[in-house]
Write a protein that binds this ligand. Structure first.
Ligand SMILES: Nc1nc2c(ncn2[C@@H]2O[C@H](COP(=O)(O)OP(=O)(O)OP(=O)(O)O)[C@@H](O)[C@H]2O)c(=O)[nH]1
Length: 405
């Protein structure tokens, strides 16, 4: 497995450098400030010992319906215990928790733990603290089967946290990234997409859509006409044509669509991705790139009938993901990449994943249907595509001179 440029996990330097963590423990939906006995923790820990707990990142713009989704999941009958992690700013701290219990205390049968990070923007200063907080949470006890990480509006960019969690699998962590769910406000998205930060270039809403594995187009009840809704959906698909896109009201969604997706577990995602009947596959749409130089983030699909030389392909990816350019021609900025490719010297298809600068190329798991019957290699790039023809040319340069698949 190639995992390049993986960021080292931050460790607490000293006792003074304590994790700024407020962990409250709840059991069976009731409020109980006292920790549950170690016996219970140990028993649970034993049973989960070798299974990393999946973590779902829930992101989206202000008021899109993220908390509504968390509440919905906590009330749904899925038989799982859920730990909720969120970051809050200043006076908002404690408010979400308060509101949750005010509204639905009796129904919260699936809430295992609640962690609130103080004063936080997960994507910058609190990122390290966040990872350490998760680690501390995992060390304390294992009263949960799944972790929901709700980012407040402070986390404009879910990429760094997603990459950290993904990297962590390599460090044999007890947590693994399951999927990134982006909740979109169907009424306001078009306006939010115009909010371009002058310094950064990439819009916050766009970035959140780019990283999404599943997009909930929420608040559809508030959109006036079907045409408006179609226009918003079309806009989302230009940014990320790969994500599963679902219409929701009050974030009500089939739980299977948001939990245990395994989007970063090779065997699971590749199976779904290569199944022509699956939502994932049917969702794929080719984008017209004739206007990409004025677009923000978009999706580009590269295909080939020829086998790729693995080393050349790796070098191409590294160049694409790591090289910031030399100030010359504008370069594409790739946030997310997925693919199934056929390479020389192997009969098995290879799976490709990248989140920001991290990438991973693995042989498809044995007996996985990935690539079965697929004669083409397919690589999907999501990001600021400045130079589609250069990307096509670079990909073609990875061809092995040898024959077809
Ligand atoms: N009409 C309508 N209202 C919704 C829907 N989903 C959520 N809301 C309401 O929209 C408001 C904001 O929802 P939240 O779930 O708090 O949104 P959020 O993304 O967590 O908001 P922040 O944490 O402030 O960024 C609440 O009053 C919800 O009840 C929907 O589908 N339709």
């Amino acid at each position: 497995m190639d995992r390049q440029k993986s960021a080292a996990r931050p460790q607490a330097d000293s006792d003074e450098d304590e994790v700024p963590l407020a962990v409250s423990l709840y059991d069976n939906g009731g409020i109980d400030a006292s920790p549950v006995s170690d016996d219970v923790a140990l028993t649970h820990e034993e049973s989960h010992k070798f299974q990393p707990v999946p973590a779902t990142i829930i992101t989206g713009c202000l008021g899109a319906g993220k908390t509504t989704l968390v509440h919905y999941i906590l009330k749904a009958e899925h038989g799982m215990k859920i730990a909720v992690v969120m970051n809050e700013f200043g006076e908002e701290q404690g408010l979400e928790k308060e509101m949750l219990f005010q509204q639905q205390e009796a129904d919260l049968f699936s809430l295992g733990e609640w962690v609130e990070l103080a004063n936080g923007c997960l994507c910058c200063s609190v990122k390290d603290d966040f990872l350490r907080a998760l680690e501390a949470l995992m060390e304390q006890r294992r009263n949960f089967d799944h972790i929901l990480i709700e980012t407040t509006a402070g986390l404009a960019d879910p990429g760094p946290v997603a990459a950290s969690l993904w990297t962590d699998v390599e460090l044999h962590s007890s947590i693994c990234l399951d999927a990134i769910i982006t909740v979109v406000d169907a009424l306001n998205l078009q306006k939010q997409l115009l909010d371009r930060l002058p310094t950064e270039g990439i819009n916050e809403a766009e970035r959140q859509i780019a990283y999404a594995d599943v997009i909930l187009l929420n608040k559809v009840d508030m959109v006036e006409t079907p045409e408006d809704l179609s226009a918003t959906e079309a806009r989302i698909k230009v940014i990320n044509s790969e994500a599963v896109l679902l219409h929701t009201q009050h974030s009500r969604v089939d739980i299977k669509a948001v939990l245990d997706r395994g989007m970063y577990r090779d065997s699971l995602w590749s199976e779904r991705w290569s199944d022509p009947d699956s939502n994932e596959a049917s969702n794929v749409r080719e984008i017209d790139h004739s206007h990409t130089e004025r677009a923000g983030i978009t999706t580009l699909t590269l295909r080939t009938d020829l086998r790729l030389d693995l080393e050349r392909f790796k070098r191409w990816m590294e160049d694409l993901l790591w090289d910031d350019g030399d100030g010359g021609a504008p370069r594409s900025e790739i946030l997310r990449m997925k693919g199934i490719v056929h390479v020389t010297k192997s009969d098995e298809p290879h799976l490709v994943q990248a989140v920001r600068e991290l990438y991973d190329i693995t042989e498809a798991p044995h007996r996985s249907p990935a690539g079965a019957g697929l004669s083409q290699s397919r690589v999907v790039l999501i990001g600021r595509i400045k130079d589609p023809s250069a990307l096509h040319a670079g990909f073609e340069h990875c061809h092995d001179e040898g024959g077809r698949v």
